[in-house]
Design a protein around this ligand. Structure first.
Ligand SMILES: [Zn+2]
Length: 382
């Protein structure tokens, strides 16, 4: 996400930090409002002092968001989950965690790390405010504002709106009790929709009736529009994760036996690539090709495997040179959920897996056969 058009700032603890141009806009806006506020409030400061204060405050806010995201990223990395970069954009920051956590406890630790960091920063700023001498009103204001901002960052992120931190914590808890990540995502997604609807509803009230009913100033309307914007953003994110979960849910309940190629065309080890291609043309697309030596399974071969060899060498290259040997393809059972087969295919970077029933090879499963089965199911339901 946001890989294009971002500016790289550098690395902290080996994790790259980048900013999206939209963040620069927000940064300038914050620095400008902080400077305007400071020049009106602190007459003891010089013009240069006021501008420095504005820039320092905005930089400190920026650092707070980076520390929040960095905590997520560092915990993820400790749990062995690969981390991309941290990108700051209009709504804050996002640490790109490249894989979903495998267990609810991991998800809980990862999600809680960010808000925990924000709470610690808020408490530290509060402590500094209390320790500063009374004559440094500007410094004490700066730190109390930072304390409030970090507390707000923690609270906003803890809203139970998946995929926010609070939504992830909620999902981890449901996942722990229901033992299904996909089911938990759907429930957490539904809760997020409720939160998003409340935000939009509250925002509409503040924007159109807040000033009159609550007797507050015109900033109430601006606040209302922010609520609406955030509500819509959260609602759309929740709907997207629920859609993804629906597919995962089917994959969790569909056994490999329902989504594998059952037409197997054995390829003897003596076959050349040219011979295999000729055989494929007859066999059709929805078949698996186990390589056999005297009837015994020794590996799997696909059309893609042949792509690495130039055409002119096809007549003399044996199929065993390009096949995935059985030592690299863990055998799976027809009862295994398609979800797990997909994970095995991904983690091992292989195209196909042999499926055995009572010790006999009865099918071959690949991403193509799984998606074809999903597609067929989708068609049957609609
Ligand atoms: Zn977070």
């Amino acid at each position: 996400m946001f890989v294009r058009g971002t500016l790289r700032l550098g690395r902290i603890a080996g994790i790259e930090i980048a900013v999206h141009p939209s963040w620069l806009l927000i940064y300038a806006l914050f620095a400008w409002s902080a400077t305007t506020y400071a020049s009106a409030e602190y007459h003891e400061l010089t013009r240069a002092g006021v501008i420095t204060l504005g820039l320092v405050f905005s930089l400190a806010l920026f650092a707070s968001v980076v520390l929040h995201e960095l905590s997520h990223a560092i915990v993820a990395r400790r749990l062995g989950i690969p981390v991309g970069n941290i990108t700051l954009f209009l709504f804050g920051g996002v640490a790109s965690i490249l894989r979903e956590p495998g267990a609810p406890a991991d998800e809980l630790k990862m999600a809680a790390a960010g808000p925990a960091a924000s709470v610690v920063i808020a408490l530290a700023c509060l402590l500094i405010t209390l320790l500063l001498p009374a004559r440094w009103a500007w410094a004490s204001d700066l730190f109390s504002l930072l304390a409030i901002s970090n507390a707000a960052l923690a609270v906003f992120n803890l809203l139970p709106a998946f995929p926010s931190d609070g939504g992830r914590i909620l999902r981890a808890i449901i996942w722990h009790y229901r033992n299904s990540q996909a089911r938990a995502t759907q429930i957490a997604g539904a809760a997020s929709l409720v939160v998003a609807t409340l935000l939009v509803g509250g925002g509409l009230f503040l924007a159109f009736a807040g000033e009159r009913v609550l007797g507050t100033g015109p900033t109430t309307m601006v606040k209302g529009w922010w609520w609406i914007l955030i509500g819509l953003f959260l609602g759309q994110a929740a709907l997207a994760s629920m859609r993804g979960a629906r597919v995962s849910l089917i994959l969790e309940s569909m056994p490999v036996g329902e989504c594998m190629a059952r037409t197997l065309i054995p390829v003897p080890t003596t076959t050349t690539i040219a011979g295999f291609i000729a055989q494929m043309a007859v066999g059709g697309r929805s078949a698996g090709y186990p390589v056999v030596d005297d009837g015994a399974f020794v590996g799997l071969v696909t059309l893609q495997d042949t792509a690495a060899v130039p055409h002119v060498l096809w007549p003399q290259t044996p199929i065993t040179a390009v096949m995935t040997p059985s030592s690299r393809t863990p055998a799976i059972s027809a009862q295994m959920p398609a979800f797990e087969a997909l994970e095995t295919l991904d983690s091992r970077h292989i195209g196909e897996l042999p499926v055995f029933e009572n010790g006999t090879l009865t099918g071959v499963v690949s991403k193509e056969t799984i998606f074809a089965a999903l597609h067929a199911r989708g068609k049957a339901q609609s």
